[in-house]
Design a protein around this ligand. Structure first.
Ligand code: FEO
Length: 419
């Protein structure tokens, strides 16, 4: 059976099928990533916003078709891309012949096509964790036939085996990864993902710098709260022979695996670089001047500084800087007895993502109440961060002497960062 299917695939993948669907004209080729294992996902060139996170490079929703005695689809795609996925599957097999659908994760960017898929593949049994089953039932209210699996369970597909490892909270409680030992292939869903749309399906087709930048942004904005769970997953994964990782977003890792696992281990441990990030907003320029004076003081101490103005940098971009910064300085003036709403929004996002082992420092200017910087400091303290010095809260417009004092405070804080 697999020989016939392989021949058919070569015919189809040898030419580009340009079909118009709701996303425009898109090449709908499947891509064989291992013998008789195909990427059959969807490319979302136009996505620019993913629940609070800017995605300037778009994304992909990756699904994988394993052709063996038991034909198996691992994950699906966001619902509006179902036709893309189905066309790719049809280029290889009749969907009605598919035996299993593995749902590694219930979030709708991966399970959104399950209802349509079950219509096209009526005999496919859904393989998922018990929490995955509950999640699918709550999302779709369908009476599907399930095979629930636990960590360590195997499912023989014929010449290949699917092994399952539950990885709760990477990214939801239902999350699990699928592993095919015969192919040294890990399909970990959200883990190791990046939001990149592109013509190439593999990491080396883009190069390390781009894929690492996007993997870091993805980790900082999606995975960061779950460092302990990532560490446990890395321990398990570290014991498995793996030469390819096919995440559910972005490129497939085949050339940069050691570097990827190394940076993931650092991020999961909340390891940072000896550098400072200054994030601020300003009303009439005083808090901006204070940010500049702090930056100069930090540089005097030999600490590299990144400065981010909340009117020009999106908080999801700033999170990528937080991922690797040892110290985070946050500045806000006071408006209506509060910090500025832009700063409050950033701090809410930051707190939810729970970066640890950072130094935090608050500063700002005020007219009379002075609550802005105080509220910033309260949030930084509530995150369990070390606060290495008194916040700086200056009335109205700082003069030259005050700015020199702010610079000196920056220099002292820089020394603390380097300790
Ligand atoms: Fe890509 Fe948690 O979904």
């Amino acid at each position: 059976m697999s020989g016939r299917i392989q021949d058919k695939t070569k015919l189809v993948t040898g030419s580009v099928l340009n079909l118009k669907n709701n996303e425009g004209v898109i090449a709908l080729r499947p891509v064989e990533i291992k013998p008789n294992i195909y990427w059959v996902g969807a490319i979302d060139w136009d996505l620019r916003y993913f629940h609070g996170y800017l995605t300037p490079r778009g994304t992909t929703y990756n699904a994988y078709l394993i052709v063996d005695d038991k034909i198996t689809l691992v994950d699906t795609v966001k619902n509006c891309f179902f036709d893309q996925m189905l066309e790719r599957i049809k280029a290889i097999v009749d969907p009605a012949k598919i035996d299993y659908l593995v749902v590694n994760h219930v979030e709708m960017d991966h399970s959104g096509s399950v209802p349509d898929f079950t219509e096209a593949a009526p005999r496919a049994r859904i393989v998922t964790s018990s929490k995955g089953k509950k999640g699918l039932e709550r999302h779709y209210k369908k009476d599907w036939e399930y095979l629930t699996v636990n960590s360590g369970d195997d499912l023989s597909l014929g010449s290949r085996t699917l092994k399952f490892v539950q990885t709760p909270m990477v990214h939801w409680p239902d999350s699990m990864v699928s592993y095919i030992p015969e192919e040294k292939l890990l399909l970990p869903n959200d883990a190791f993902g990046q939001h990149i749309a592109g013509a190439g399906r593999f990491d080396d087709q883009l190069g390390w710098d781009i894929v690492c930048e996007e993997a870091a942004k993805y980790y900082a904005n999606i995975v960061l709260p779950y460092g302990d769970q990532v560490k446990k997953a890395l321990e398990i994964i570290g014991r498995l022979p793996i030469d390819m990782i096919g995440p559910s977003h972005g490129v497939i890792w085949r050339s940069y695996l050691p570097r990827l696992l190394e940076v993931y281990s650092r991020w999961a441990d909340h390891e940072t670089d000896e550098k400072a990030l200054i994030v601020y907003d300003t009303m009439w320029g005083s808090t901006k001047e204070m940010a500049g004076a702090l930056a100069r003081g930090l540089e005097d101490a030999g600490v590299p500084v990144i400065t981010r103005f909340l009117q020009t940098s999106h908080m999801s971009e700033i999170m990528t800087d937080v991922l690797t910064s040892r110290a985070v300085f946050v500045g806000s003036p006071t408006l209506n007895n509060n910090m500025l709403p832009t700063v409050a929004g950033f701090l809410t996002y930051l707190k939810g993502l729970r970066p640890q082992k950072r130094l935090g420092f608050a500063f700002g200017s005020y007219g009379w109440g002075g609550q802005g910087a105080r509220q910033v400091q309260e949030v930084l303290q509530s995150m369990g961060w070390e606060i290495p010095g008194e916040m700086i809260n200056l009335q109205y417009v700082p003069d030259g002497e005050e700015l020199l004092a702010v610079r000196e405070a920056g220099r002292k804080l820089g020394k603390t960062i380097k300790e």
